[in-house]
Design a binder for this molecule. Structure first.
Ligand code: PBG
Length: 325
C-alpha cells in the first residue's frame, strides 16, 4: 500500500505517545475529599469505599500534612456528626464550634497553604437526611437557602477558602455571595455544584456520612439524568449569580455534560469523581477483573479530557503514587 498518511506513526513508541499526548494529569488538578468524625485517633475504613477512611480531627491534620508533602494542595471537607445533634433545621451546621468549623481552623493552623473547600448542604446535619429543610414532606427552598448562606459565612469565618454548596436549591449562589459580601468575606470563593444529578452512584458516600435521605429521594432538587440542556441552564445561572468555579457531578456517566459546560462558561470547571465511581473500580480490581492503577489513570484522564480543569477524587493519593512511578 502507498498511503500518504499513516496515523500509527504517532503511536509507535512510548516516547512519541508521551510527546503528542493532549491530556496530562498534574497534582494541582486534584481536590481531595476528606471525611471527618468526632473523637481522637479514629481511622475507620468505609465499608463500601475500601482504602478510604473517616478520620478524627487529629488524624485529619496529620493526613493533610502528608497530602501537602505529596503536592496535593486542595481539600474538600465533609463532616459526620452524631445523631443527637441532628435536627430539622440542621442547626449544628452553623455552630461556630461545630466539627466543621473546628476542623477548618485546625487545618489552617497546621498547613496554612492548603486550599480548604467546605461542603455546604444540610444532609449531614439534618434529622431528615435531606440537603434542605423538610416541611410537610417537602424540601423547602427559601428557608434552606437562608441557612446555607449563614453556614457559608460561618465556614468563611473559620477560615475556609472556598465554600462548595452541593444542595441544588434555587438561588443559593446569589444568596451566599451576598451574605459573604455583607460580612466582608470578600476573598472567599464559591465552587458551585451546578449540574448535580440525582444519582445512584452516591450510595457509598451516604454510608460514609450516614446521610441517606430519611424518606424518598433527592429528585425534586437534584437533576434528572435524562437532561442535558438543563445542565447548561443551571450552570449559566450559577455563573451569573457569582460562582467562581462550577462543578458537574457525578463525572463518569456525565462526560458529555462536562464538555458542554466547559464549552459554555469562561470560569474553571470541576468534576466530582464520586464515591460510586471509586467503589466500582475498587470492586472490579479486587475481583481481579481490571488493573486498578491502569483504571485510575484512564478514568481521571478521561474526566480531564472531557473538559474538567479540576477533579475531586478519592483516587488523588493513588494517582500521585502512580505518576511518581
Ligand atoms: C450531599 C453530597 C453528596 C455528595 C457530596 N455532597 C451526596 C448526595 O447528594 O446525596 C456525594 C459525593 C460522592 O458520592 O462521592 N450534599
Amino acid at each position: 500500500m502507498i498511503l500518504n498518511r499513516r496515523n500509527r506513526i504517532l503511536r509507535q513508541s512510548q516516547a512519541i505517545r508521551a510527546m503528542v499526548a493532549e491530556t496530562i494529569l498534574q497534582p494541582q488538578d486534584f481536590i481531595v475529599p476528606l471525611f471527618i468524625v468526632e473523637g481522637c485517633n479514629v481511622k475507620d475504613e468505609i465499608l463500601s469505599m475500601p482504602g478510604y477512611y473517616r478520620l478524627s480531627l487529629d488524624n485529619t491534620v496529620a493526613e493533610v500534612k502528608s497530602l501537602w508533602a505529596m503536592g496535593l494542595k486542595s481539600i474538600l471537607l465533609f463532616v459526620k456528626c452524631k445523631d443527637e445533634v441532628k435536627d430539622k433545621y440542621g442547626k449544628e451546621a452553623v455552630n461556630p464550634n461545630g466539627l466543621m468549623q473546628r476542623s477548618i481552623k485546625a487545618i489552617k493552623d497546621a498547613v496554612p497553604g492548603m486550599l480548604i473547600m467546605t461542603d455546604v448542604a444540610l444532609d449531614p446535619f439534618s434529622s431528615d437526611g435531606h440537603d434542605g429543610v423538610v416541611e410537610n414532606g417537602e424540601i423547602v427552598n427559601d428557608i434552606t437557602v437562608e441557612i446555607l448562606a449563614e453556614m457559608s459565612v460561618s465556614h468563611a469565618a473559620a477560615g475556609a477558602d472556598f465554600v462548595a454548596p452541593s444542595d441544588m436549591m434555587d438561588g443559593r449562589i446569589a444568596a451566599i455571595r451576598q451574605a459573604l459580601e455583607q460580612n466582608n468575606f470578600t476573598k472567599t470563593g464559591i465552587m458551585a455544584y451546578s449540574a448535580k444529578y440525582a444519582s445512584c452512584f452516591y450510595g457509598p458516600f451516604r454510608d460514609a456520612l450516614d446521610s441517606a435521605p430519611g424518606f424518598g429521594d433527592k429528585k425534586t432538587y437534584q437533576m434528572d439524568y435524562s437532561n442535558r440542556l438543563e445542565a447548561l441552564k443551571e450552570t449559566l445561572m450559577d455563573v451569573e449569580e457569582g460562582a467562581d468555579i462550577v462543578m458537574v457531578k457525578p463525572a463518569l456517566s456525565y462526560l458529555d455534560i462536562i464538555r458542554e459546560v466547559k464549552n459554555a462558561v469562561d470560569i474553571p470547571v470541576s468534576a466530582y469523581n464520586i464515591s460510586g465511581e471509586y467503589a466500582m473500580v475498587k470492586a472490579a480490581a479486587k475481583m481481579g477483573w481490571i488493573d486498578e492503577d491502569k483504571a485510575i489513570v484512564e478514568v481521571l484522564t478521561s474526566i480531564k479530557r472531557a473538559g474538567a480543569d479540576l477533579i475531586a477524587t478519592y483516587f488523588a493519593k493513588d494517582i500521585i503514587r502512580i505518576m511518581d512511578k
